[in-house]
Structures are given as C-alpha cells and as structure tokens.
Design a protein around this ligand. Structure first.
Ligand SMILES: CC(C)(COP(=O)(O)OP(=O)(O)OC[C@H]1O[C@@H](n2cnc3c(N)ncnc32)[C@H](O)[C@@H]1OP(=O)(O)O)[C@@H](O)C(=O)NCCC(=O)NCCS
Length: 176
C-alpha cells in the first residue's frame, strides 16, 4: 500500500507523491480530458464493476459514458481528475443537485491502493463542507464498498437494483 503526502496546494488543484512513483496532480476536469477520462473509466468499469451488473445494465452504463456526456455532466457537477506523468489515472464526480453525492469514482488498476481514490473523495468532501453540506451519499459498487466504509460511510438500505445495475446506498456525515 503506497503512502502519500501532500506537497503543494492551491484553490483548484494539489499535488501529492505516491510511493515509488512521481507526483499525482488532482485538478478540475477540462473538456480536453473527456476522451482520456472516458477511456480510463470504461476500462476500470469493465475490469471491476461490469461483472456486478446484468448485460442490460452494462449496456446502459456504457451508453452514458461517452466523452460528449462527460463534458455535459461536467457543466453541472464537480468533476476532478488525477494525473500521473500526463496520464489520467483517476476521476470523480460530485453531484450537487438535491441528493448531494459522489458518482463515478474510478482509479486505474495500476494506481489503486496508492491513496488516489481517497484524495479524489477528499476533494469532494472539502468542497461540500465549505458549502455547508452535512451529508454525502454514494451509490457504491460492491467492489468499492469496503473502500467507502473505510472512509466512514455507512449503509442506509439494502442492495438496490435498477436497469440491471446493482449498488449499495451509503452515506457519511460531513463535519461543519
Ligand atoms: C474504489 C476505488 C475508487 C478506491 O480507490 P483507491 O485509489 O484504490 O483507494 P485508496 O488507495 O485511496 O484507499 C484509501 C483507503 O481505503 C482503503 N481501501 C481501499 N480499498 C479497500 C478495500 N477493498 N478494502 C478495505 N480497505 C480499502 C485503503 O487501504 C486506504 O486506507 P488508508 O487511508 O487507511 O491507507 C478503486 O478501487 C476503484 O477504482 N475501483 C473500481 C471502480 C469502482 O468500483 N468505483 C466505485 C464506483 S461507486
């Protein structure tokens, strides 16, 4: 498991170092990231999450994960990417309408376990704490459940299934 520590910070991005590798830059998603971010999320989805869905669920999820849809969503969501050596290795979306939640958190297989998922989630925690949000929800994949529980999320209901997609609703209180 890689140890990480922050080495610099400003309002929109920060950099930290992961063990045995270079710096990770966390910054807001830009239109030019759309294709690479989609390629990464689709690859990670296929490797870790698709097996939890039915065929119809996989098809539906993939139909919504195009560069065009990603750009559209970024207009109304807080979207951040993690970059190592100019490569997009992680992404997260914070949804801020009604149900405040984290969506589409994905970290490249080779960088999982190095603190990138936690750093991306931390970005959404801080932004929403500053906005006075008291509670954050996630529809967690089965694969990510232990990760979210490790970050302090608790199950709110049993498993949910919709359009062939299966997820576990969890929530976490944000301290003011
Ligand atoms: C879930 C995911 C985003 C986690 O990202 P990550 O970068 O590997 O996680 P991190 O390295 O930041 O881990 C943060 C902490 O959670 C812990 N953790 C991560 N995965 C864990 C697991 N499966 N079980 C227990 N603890 C776990 C780590 O040990 C670490 O603990 P520490 O802070 O005490 O050192 C990543 O595994 C992923 O992309 N999964 C596939 C896609 C997916 O399921 N996304 C969620 C959609 S809702």
């Amino acid at each position: 498991m890689g140890e990480s520590h922050r080495i610099s910070k400003n309002r929109t991005s920060f950099i930290f170092v992961i063990k045995n590798d270079g710096g990770v830059i966390i910054r807001r998603f830009l239109k030019k990231d759309a294709k690479r971010a989609c390629d990464m999320t689709i690859r990670v989805f296929r490797e870790f999450v698709a097996r939890e869905f039915t065929k119809a669920g996989v098809k539906k999820w993939l139909s919504e994960q195009t560069p065009e849809e990603q750009v559209k969503r970024s207009a109304s969501r807080d979207v951040f990417v993690a970059i190592v050596n100019h490569k997009i290795v992680g992404m997260i979306e914070g949804v801020n309408s009604g149900n405040i939640r984290i969506s589409r958190l994905f970290v490249d297989k080779h960088y999982q376990g190095t603190g990138i998922g936690k750093a991306l989630a931390g970005k959404i925690f801080k932004l929403n704490q500053m906005r006075g949000v008291r509670e954050l929800k996630v529809y967690s994949s089965m694969y990510a459940l232990k990760f979210y529980e490790h970050l302090g999320f608790k199950k709110t209901t049993g498993l949910r299934k919709k359009h062939g997609m299966i997820y576990q609703p969890v929530k976490k209180s944000l301290k003011p």
